[in-house]
Design a protein around this ligand. Structure first.
Ligand code: MIG
Length: 718
């Protein structure tokens, strides 16, 4: 083992000869001391790291995974998996996010940079033992020190590089469904949003738009004159976001297939033949995204669609999901044939069923194909977790080459740490279950800890049927998530805002309008988090140091000013909330009508009607609120409302930029610094404009500690 010091707080320990995953962007100088103080390390069949936790130690992290924000009590496997049943016992979901923070007697972070399988047993096998196991002994382990969990996360975000920022329109509401089968169906959806005056920025194209599920093709029958269609929809105010799948259909004269074969850009089997597995289109080859040439080749294919006016994509099935291989199919059929004349008992009957179930995403298949990494053949199983990451990197790098400096919307299903520099993620095939709203809430800060900021779940749930109340409550949470998309599976009940009754339509419309009015704050907080390597959603314990705050997992802090207390239970018309300090509560029915109340530090039952969104503004903090419009580009935020809860002094930096280019990376953005200070009888505001030419008026609504509202106005830009 060798140790390298990256900076004062981070040491990298290298075991064997690991593959470079490009997760971490810093390198460091070699150290003499090379033992990891915290762990008992064993190299047997696999490499394991164990640590004894104190009773009250908390373990944060693991991004997209099951269970709580505190991961203690669970066992988790980092192995990107297409498993659509997100039950609490599932060890893996679509992403592999191997970063944890131990917050207890010792405080430290661990990033296990391992592209193969890693197991995190966090007090499952033994309640006090944390044990990390990696099968591949070639691995980098990063140990991150810091004074608090929050600081450790920040150190980590520092070494993995700046997170992706989508265009500003991607902060609007987005409507999706698998089964919008043709141009007509999409037009109807667009028209409904317009008719109902519900703001919306994007409509999704699921696999229905492709010709026999072939990447970068368009079904001309269902979508004639695609280029004009894209423009027509844009004229109506929406962008279309097509899906791209990982598998490439084997079909003569299909150019992507032909080129991939000819250039040797597909993954191969042990004999050097292109690996075959079936997905949507039937049998496919799989682009070798770990090969830099193949990556560039595939990434530039996105041009086929950008040329038609497309400005955003979602990459799916890139764990990669495998429906079956010839091997698996043959085995299943043979077992079935042999079973035909048997008298199957419970065991043999289940074994037969399992043969078919295990045809998909089978480990044996993952072990049977290879990547070409810099001329070396590497077994897929060893680098499994890098596949989706590199598919999406391929897209991002391609898009950058296609249109340099333009921000595209891009997110992926499978991911690995490091992919956050290229795109966002959505959390995959959840269900229309109340439990999944809570899972969504808890997952958000964990994902932020791993670098992913542009994130969101399928609002309303993907599988199974949603009722109006579930979609309402879920929307009332999702309106705070950077990716705010309602998506559902083919065959399930429709769940667009107007698919239910009038009442629900009205409530959802108001909730979506609130989202648009919040965009000045949401965008400002998002972009500051990008630039400052901060989180957007935080657990209460990252800001408040009291013991109770450590236990709260069903409330979140959003940026600098807000606390959220979402409802995630059926028929609830309120909930318990814990306030670590006095806060201002605004229950939003319609954002134009504002009434506030002060809620004191402590535990409370808060009534929250089905048509209300609770927003808590923290003490000595402020919220920037604009107005809604039919879509983000129509927002007119000349006048902004500043809602502040001020005991003595509050400060805020309001960030904005062009929302279209990557110029913010070269410090081309604007800020308005706002300070509100209480004097003996009044409030004094200081406003310092650092380049913002759009905002003309700030309307202050300052609520004092007794609940009195002080209204004031400040003019900017003449
Ligand atoms: O096997 O494209 O997670 O969002 O609608 C299902 C169809 C394939 C899975 C994605 C989902 C998408 C669906 N896809």
């Amino acid at each position: 083992m060798k140790a390298y010091k990256l900076n004062d707080n981070v040491v990298k320990y290298t075991f064997g000869n690991p593959i470079n995953t490009d997760a971490v962007v810093l390198s460091g100088e070699e150290l003499y001391k090379d033992n990891i103080d915290f762990f008992n390390i064993k190299a047997e069949e696999d490499l394991s790291f164990s640590y004894i936790m104190n009773k009250t130690d908390i373990v944060y992290g693991l991004g997209e995974s099951q269970r709580g924000m505190n991961k203690r009590g669970g066992i988790y496997e980092a192995f990107c998996s297409d498993d659509p049943m997100h039950t609490p016992d599932k060890k893996s979901l679509y992403g592999a996010h191997n970063f944890i923070v131990i917050d207890g007697k010792d405080k430290f972070g661990v990033f296990v940079d391992c592209p193969g399988k890693a197991v995190f047993d966090i007090g499952f096998s033994h309640k006090d033992e944390l044990k990390i196991k990696v099968e591949e002994k070639d691995v980098n382990i990063y140990i991150i020190n810091g004074k608090s969990a929050k600081q450790i996360v920040k150190e980590f975000l520092n070494i993995i590089g700046e997170t992706y920022a989508p265009p500003k329109w991607a902060f609007g509401y987005q409507q999706s469904r698998w089964s919008y089968e043709d141009a007509n169906a999409i037009n109807k959806i667009a028209d409904k949003f317009i008719e109902n005056k519900i703001p919306c920025d994007a409509i999704y194209l699921d696999i229905d738009y492709m010709e026999s599920f072939k990447d970068f093709t368009i079904d001309e029958k269902a979508f004639p004159n695609f280029k004009d269609f894209v423009q027509d929809i844009k004229n109506k105010g929406f962008r279309l976001i097509p899906i791209i799948d990982a598998g490439v259909k084997i079909e003569k004269n299909y150019d992507i297939y032909e080129e991939g074969v000819q250039k040797g850009y597909f993954c191969t089997d042990e004999n050097g033949n292109n690996f075959i597995a079936a997905v949507w289109p039937g049998r496919c080859h799989f682009p070798d995204f770990l090969n830099s040439e193949a990556r560039r080749w595939f990434g530039l294919k996105y041009k086929n669609l950008t040329e038609l006016g497309i400005e955003g994509f979602w990459n799916d099935m890139n764990e990669p999901a495998l429906f079956y291989t010839n091997r698996g199919l043959k085995e299943a059929i043979e077992t079935a044939k042999a079973s035909e004349k048997e008298n199957l008992d419970i065991y043999s009957c289940f074994a037969l069923k399992d043969k078919f179930i295990n045809m998909s995403n089978n480990i044996e298949d993952y072990k049977s194909f290879y990547h070409n990494i810099n001329g070396k053949l590497i077994n897929h199983y060893k680098v499994h977790n890098l596949y989706g990451y590199n598919m999406t990197r391929s897209a991002a790098e391609g898009l950058e080459e296609i249109e340099n400096n333009k921000r595209f919307l891009l997110f992926s299903r499978a991911s690995y740490i490091g992919m956050h520099r290229y795109s966002g993620i959505w959390t995959g095939d959840n269900s229309s279950w109340w439990e999944h709203i809570l899972l969504n809430i808890k997952m958000m800060p964990s994902l932020n800890m791993c670098g992913f900021l542009y994130i969101g779940a399928d609002t309303g749930g993907f599988s199974s049927n949603a009722n109006s109340q579930l979609v309402t409550r879920w929307t009332q949470f999702s309106l705070f998530t950077p990716l705010f998309r309602n998506h559902s599976a083919m065959g399930t009940r429709f769940q667009e805002p107007f698919s239910f009754d009038e009442d629900t339509n009205g409530i959802l419309k108001k909730a979506i309008e609130l989202r648009y009015a919040l965009i000045p704050y949401i965008y400002s907080e998002y972009m500051k988090a990008v630039k400052n390597r901060d989180m957007y959603f935080l657990p209460l314990s990252f800001v408040y140091e009291d013991e109770m705050s450590k236990r709260i997992e069903n409330q979140l802090l959003l940026g600098d000013s807000l606390m959220l207390t979402p409802i995630y239970e059926e028929n609830a018309i309120g909930r318990y909330a814990y306030l670590p300090e006095d806060m201002l509560l605004w229950k939003v029915k319609e954002y134009e009508k504002r009434k506030y109340s002060i809620v004191k530090q402590g535990h409370h039952y808060i009534d929250i009607g089905l048509d209300e969104v609770p927003i808590f503004i923290r003490k000595n903090k402020m919220l920037v609120l604009g107005k809604h419009a039919q879509n983000v580009e129509k927002l007119d935020n000349k006048e902004l409302n500043i809602i502040a809860f001020v005991e003595d002094k509050a400060e805020y930096i309001y960030y904005d930029d062009d929302g279209k280019t990557c110029d913010y990376k070269n410090n081309r953005y604007t800020e308005i610094f706002i300070q509100i200070e209480k004097t003996e009888k009044d409030y004094v505001m200081t406003v310092e404009n650092r380049g913002n030419e759009l905002v003309k008026e700030l309307n202050f609504e300052i609520v004092d500690i007794d609940g009195n509202i002080h209204r004031k106005k400040t003019y900017l830009n003449g």
